[in-house]
Design a protein around this ligand. Structure first.
Ligand code: C5P
Length: 223
């Protein structure tokens, strides 16, 4: 079955503190969005990029001509649905944050392979290194621990999140716009979601610190 990768890149990226939307921030000579698209070209998949409406023309200039560019919406899930409308007839659809521009193609392949072997929803995850605790806020800058969770039972979830076309459409059918990930929508309607191995290089750029880390990695010449 044909694969389509939807790349939501229509967020403003306010937490990054840059004057332009996150996907258009420079990473050593190329935008986050260009680097992200580069990583998926080897898959021979259809690629749909979703950007802010006023940056559609700019994205078309930056990206290879075979990549489709559409305008996004106010919420992440609205942007994903805009991408879905442009996904064509693909039977397998991956949703991949533009904010994870160095994700190795091996992660995409693991997700696609697991879908091909019969799973309807597949997401990459990595073990959690930190100890995680539930807390309750008791003052400014002060919280009290309620419980410690067993981190062996936890995974930090990355993208690409992969779905059969039917599963992704069903997951988005009754969304109210508040979901931060697509698998969460699938879980809500009872679709089993499987986790495959993610990769540290699939890290997400959210804060200025993340941008520093990614730029250092690029400077090291390792990628
Ligand atoms: O805000 P956050 O970093 O979680 O966004 C994850 C991804 O979703 C980013 O790549 C962002 O550009 C995208 N997004 C979008 N449309 C929105 C909000 C976020 O495409 N309205």
């Amino acid at each position: 079955s044909q694969v389509c990768v939807i790349i939501p890149a229509a967020g403003s990226g306010t937490r990054l503190g840059e004057p332009i939307p996150k996907a258009f921030v420079d990473l050593r000579g190329r935008t986050i969005l260009e680097r992200c698209v580069d990583q998926v070209l080897d898959l021979n998949a259809r690629v749909v990029v979703v950007v802010p409406a006023d940056l559609v023309a700019r994205a078309r200039l930056l990206l290879p001509s075979q990549v489709s560019v559409v305008a996004g919406g106010a919420h992440r899930s609205t942007s994903v649905r805009a991408g879905l409308a442009a996904a064509g007839a693909a039977g397998i659809i991956l949703v991949h944050d533009a904010a994870r521009p160095l994700t190795p193609v091996s992660v995409f392949r693991r997700v696609i392979d697991a879908i091909r072997s019969g799973h309807r929803a597949v997401i990459p995850g990595i073990p959690v290194a930190d100890t995680l605790k539930h807390v309750e806020q008791i003052g400014a800058g002060l919280a009290q621990v309620t419980t410690t969770v067993d981190r062996d039972l936890l995974r930090a979830i990355q993208t690409p999140q992969g779905f059969t076309r039917e599963a992704l459409i069903a997951a988005h059918a009754d969304d109210e716009g508040l979901a931060t990930d697509d698998a969460g929508l699938a879980e809500r309607i009872g679709i089993p979601v499987c986790v495959v191995d993610g990769h540290p290089m699939a890290m997400k750029i959210t804060t200025p610190w993340d941008l520093r880390v990614i730029r250092q990695i690029l400077d090291s010449g390792e990628v």
